[in-house]
Design a protein around this ligand. Structure first.
Ligand SMILES: Nc1nc2c(c(=O)[nH]1)N[C@H]1C(S)=C(S)[C@@H](COP(=O)(O)OP(=O)(O)OC[C@H]3O[C@@H](n4cnc5c(=O)[nH]c(N)nc54)[C@H](O)[C@@H]3O)O[C@H]1N2
Ligand SMILES: Nc1nc2c(c(=O)[nH]1)N[C@H]1C(S)=C(S)[C@@H](COP(=O)(O)OP(=O)(O)OC[C@H]3O[C@@H](n4cnc5c(=O)[nH]c(N)nc54)[C@H](O)[C@@H]3O)O[C@H]1N2
Ligand SMILES: [Mo]
Length: 770
């Protein structure tokens, strides 16, 4: 039986729909609980006051929502606070701990319990004789890595994973090390997250990022929010949504679930309203699409706009379409040919609902479409994001204030990682520049992404896996397969702040390298260092730790760890690794020469709010083959569940950060003390003779016909469309087959698993059948 991910609370589970506004006192109470648990009553709140400060603070390690550009403004959120205090815990997991527990024993612990041991304090190496991690000094740890890497037949036998927390400077050194070694095997969490957005925006607009920024959000007349659980995962967006409805703008939520952000909120920093419990509406229209139905809804909006344009010249911006786009005629024909009945069936919405969405769009002068994983983690993620762009182009919602596409990125620096070179399919121009400036011969062949690396490890072709942050074993699809793949490695290395599952699912040899967190001061020979990060809206700014005393004196910064690894693997390297680490300005000076938009980096990043990376599409410059914005004309996918099956989406609870679990509660969805659940439509439950909390078996059928099951999960009746079901990641990665990734984005289809749910037959656990 697999150990549990969550906290395994002793109290019984409960479920009662949440009826309060988002944020507000519930959030404050939840923060208080976390502060109490981590013992951070004094440092925690003080740290929060230094967070997202316009000058000298550190960037919230939580989500990638931008900081308020008006500067000093206590724009913080419950989950950001939890995240910071999680890092600042007083608990430590030192050598005594590792001496007391074998890896086999720790493998039976829950993921919650592993991280709950506190911060890692010194480098550790796996000792197979005792099945324990034992201390190793930094130099010997680096040497071990260097020795194994130098012994490889081919640099492509190594892979370098990045989790989106890593700052830009460390990121740049990390990709430089991989490329100097000779590989583009740079998988990242983006491969499971917004890969589809990047590819779609690049194909449509020539650059893989959104164009709207926070000022645009404040100027828009309509905001469409697709597949985002904002109150939990981008809570500072609540402020923008509340502001929007207050000024009379329309907010349309598209989500199979009516999430808390689609109701009303108490804006986190409005203390008077907080005290009075005064809530602001955050929604004008909620559309409960079926899972995967977004594209049909978007096409419905396009169809309505085109129909209206027959008698209303203002419905379609013909001038914009003519001047800046290509492919419109084919798109128009496709949309006109698609019958309304098909759009209704595939979206799961009625025609009046589709028309209501279209009316909001048509009546708004300026519209922004934002989206997150509900749109991307599907087979047709790229087509759907391109359809978003199609709809925007119809009314010229690009390159002007208050309009444009606005993907909501996940990890706080996941966008910066890509910008700074973490890309397994790098552009040749980037490699040319990198080679020329850094004096290396960067490899040209594409590398492996997340799924590709797992498969290559399983085949024994990748033998060294380095995880730069994150929790790869648990975050990746097909848990059993991924575990097997990691265990075949010659060496696994994890740069981490806390103990997690990935340390226990290790290769023949294994290292845990503990690093400083973002809240901690990073002192190098050149003095106190700052790292830069890029938010969802392409703003780059500096983050400086405030904690003078790090969790342990033995921690190294991420740039220092990369430099140590690089020097050991590349003893003759001409790259001045040690010199770079003495003063990160030096890294930035090199980055300024390599990266587009980073000219004069050191000066501009020190401007009070940093700087915005130029996004050509925002200025109506399209780096596409045609030099124009390109309409796509993709066929409408069939997303209906097969008879007897449900489509299941995996998602986060309110009280977790990806694989980090704070508690087993999901406040806004009304769930307490339970993570091993399946949310189901009542009718679907009745058909299966299931009542609330009945134990069920969930079996996913992969495209290759193999099945994967979870046993003993509890059914929870929920307001979602017929044929749809939902449950929590990372537990449900057990169900997502390694081969079930999108042909368009290579992303695992974590929001579109084909499952059957039946009354439980056997004991709890998980199993796989080929
Ligand atoms: N507190 C907290 N903040 C986080 C994270 C965290 O774990 N905790 N994770 C960070 C990361 S890395 C990321 S990528 C983001 C993730 O942010 P989200 O994208 O909000 O993450 P999920 O929890 O996966 O939720 C997906 C949402 O999509 C909806 N959905 C599912 N299927 C569909 C569909 O087919 N169509 C539509 N329209 N909606 C659908 C679900 O109901 C849910 O509301 O958040 C970031 N911020
Ligand atoms: N089924 C399913 N699976 C999913 C998803 C889903 O929606 N459904 N979402 C996917 C998405 S969007 C993402 S982004 C991935 C997330 O995948 P990852 O980024 O790999 O996972 P995290 O849980 O964010 O990583 C948590 C770990 O990061 C380490 N850490 C924390 N802070 C730091 C730091 O400052 N430095 C370093 N070096 N380490 C640090 C800690 O040791 C902690 O245990 O998961 C993906 N997996
Ligand atoms: Mo993500």
């Amino acid at each position: 039986m697999e150990p549990s991910v969550g906290a395994e609370p002793s109290a019984p589970p409960s479920f009662e729909p949440y009826r309060h506004p988002a944020a507000g006192w519930g959030a404050a109470r939840s923060v208080a609980k976390v502060l109490a648990a981590t013992g951070e009553w004094v440092e925690g709140p003080r740290a929060v006051l230094r967070m997202n400060h316009e000058d000298g603070g550190f960037d919230c390690p939580g989500c990638a929502w931008p900081d308020d550009y008006k500067g000093l403004h206590l724009d913080i959120c419950e989950n950001g606070i939890k995240h910071v205090t999680w890092e600042m815990t007083g608990k430590r997991v030192g050598r005594e701990f590792f001496a007391a527990h074998t890896v086999s024993e720790l493998s039976t612990w829950s993921d919650f319990a592993l991280e709950d041991q506190g911060r890692l304090t010194e480098p550790m190496v796996y000792d197979p004789d005792t099945d324990r991690y034992v201390p190793i000094d930094w130099q010997r740890a680096f040497d071990l890595f260097g020795e194994v890497v130098r012994g490889l037949d081919d640099p492509n036998q190594a892979a370098f994973y990045t989790s989106g927390r890593l700052g830009n400077e460390a990121t740049f050194l990390y990709q430089l090390m991989a490329r100097e070694l000779g590989t583009n095997n740079l998988p990242d969490c983006s491969n499971m997250c917004h890969e589809a957005s990047g590819r779609a925006l690049t194909a449509s607009l020539g650059t893989g990022k959104g164009t709207a920024d926070l000022r645009d959000w404040e100027a828009a007349d309509a905001l469409f929010v697709l597949g985002v659980n904002a109150a939990s995962n981008a809570p500072r967006m609540l402020t923008a949504l509340a502001d929007a409805t207050r000024r009379g703008a329309k907010v349309v939520h598209v989500n199979p679930l009516v999430e808390a952000a689609a109701t009303r909120t108490i804006v986190p920093h409005e203390f008077a309203n907080m005290a009075l419990g005064r809530a602001t509406s955050t929604s004008s229209l909620n559309l409960q699409v079926r899972i995967g139905g977004d594209m049909a809804l978007l096409r419905g909006i396009a169809k309505a706009v085109l129909e209206q344009s027959a008698h209303d010249p203002k419905a379609l911006d013909e001038d914009f379409v003519e001047r800046y786009t290509t492919g419109f005629a084919a798109y128009r024909e496709l949309v006109e040919k698609t019958p309304w009945e098909e759009l209704e069936r595939q979206s799961g919405l009625s025609r009046p609902q589709l028309l209501a969405a279209a009316r909001v769009y048509r009546e708004a002068d300026r519209s922004i479409f934002s989206w997150c994983l509900g749109v991307t983690q599907h087979e047709h993620g790229v087509d759907t994001v391109r359809e978003i762009v199609n709809v925007l182009l119809l009314r010229g919602n690009l390159g002007r204030e208050g309009a444009g596409p606005s993907p909501v990125r996940g990890h706080s620096n996941v966008q910066g990682n890509r910008t700074c070179g973490i890309d397994h399919r790098p552009a040749p121009e980037f490699l040319d520049r990198l080679s020329q400036v850094c004096g290396i011969d960067a490899p040209r062949a594409h590398g492996l992404d997340t799924v590709g690396v797992i498969r290559a490890m399983a085949r024994g072709e990748v033998k060294v896996f380095v995880g730069m942050g994150g929790n790869f074993a648990l975050a990746a699809p097909d848990t059993a397969y991924t575990y097997g793949a990691l265990r075949r490695c010659e060496l696994t290395v994890h740069v981490s702040t806390k103990l997690n599952r990935s340390h226990l699912v290790h290769g023949r040899r294994a290292l845990i390298l503990p690093c400083l967190g973002r809240t901690e001061q990073d002192r190098q020979r050149g003095g106190l260092q700052a790292s830069s990060v890029e938010d969802s809206m392409s703003m780059v700014h500096l983050s400086v730790g405030m904690r003078k005393k790090p969790a342990s004196r033995q921690l190294l910064s991420e740039p220092a760890i990369v430099a140590g690894l690089a020097r050991a693997a590349l003893p003759g390297s001409g790259t001045p690794w040690e010199w770079y680490v003495e003063d990160y300005d030096r890294i930035r000076d090199t980055m300024a020469k390599v990266l587009d938009g980073f000219e004069d980096f050191n000066r501009r990043v020190r401007l009070p709010l940093g700087f915005r990376i130029r996004q050509p599409a925002r200025e109506l410059v399209f780096l596409t083959p045609s030099g124009r914005a390109e309409f796509s004309a993709a066929p409408l996918p069939d997303v209906l569940p097969e008879p007897g099956t449900l489509v299941l989406g995996t998602m986060r609870s309110h009280d977790q950060w990806n694989t980090t679990i704070y508690s087993d509660d999901d406040r806004y969805r009304g769930v307490k003390n339970l993570r091993t659940l399946v949310f189901m439509n009542r009718q679907d439950m009745r058909e299966r003779h299931l009542a609330e909390f009945d134990p069920v078996d969930v079996t996913a059928t992969a495209r290759d016909g193999s099945t994967r099951s979870l046993h003993g999960y509890l059914a929870v009746p929920y307001d979602l469309p017929r044929g749809c079901a939902a449950g929590y990641m990372p537990e449900m990665n057990v169900l997502c087959a390694i081969g079930d990734y999108s042909a368009q984005s290579d992303q695992p289809i974590m929001k579109h698993l084909k499952v059957t749910v039946t009354a439980a037959a056997a004991a709890d656990g998980a199993d796989t059948h080929a």
